[in-house]
Design a protein around this ligand. Structure first.
Ligand SMILES: [Zn+2]
Length: 110
């Protein structure tokens, strides 16, 4: 259900940016820790884009690394282990700053 509203969101933004032009391709950045799955987004896209200028638009996914920030010492690092601690100060007080969402990087129009 979440993927449906996310896809609707992406579609709305892409269409708005395309103006009255036909959308050829939407380039998406998908975080490596994102819950969203590429197949689901493609599936919903096909359904939602029917009858719009985004019908038949290609979706291109690029995976991006997650980044965490330590709240104790401000170190930013790429989490690799399952149990994540700050590599600088071993703190567990961490915040995910990117890598858990899906964003539009760019769109290609006709
Ligand atoms: Zn730290």
């Amino acid at each position: 259900m979440h993927e449906l509203s996310l896809t609707q969101n992406i579609l709305n933004i892409a269409l708005k940016n395309a103006g009255a032009k036909k959308l050829l391709q939407v380039n998406l950045l998908i975080g490596e820790l994102s819950d969203e799955r590429e197949e689901s987004i493609r599936f919903y896209w096909d359904d939602l884009a029917k009858g719009t200028l985004a019908q038949g638009t290609k979706l291109h996914f690029q995976y991006v690394d997650a980044e965490m920030k330590c709240l104790e010492c401000d170190t930013v690092f790429h989490p690799k282990e399952e149990i994540i601690i700050c590599p600088a100060c071993q703190s567990h007080r961490l915040k995910l700053i990117s890598g858990d969402d899906v964003k539009i990087e760019s769109i290609d129009v006709e």
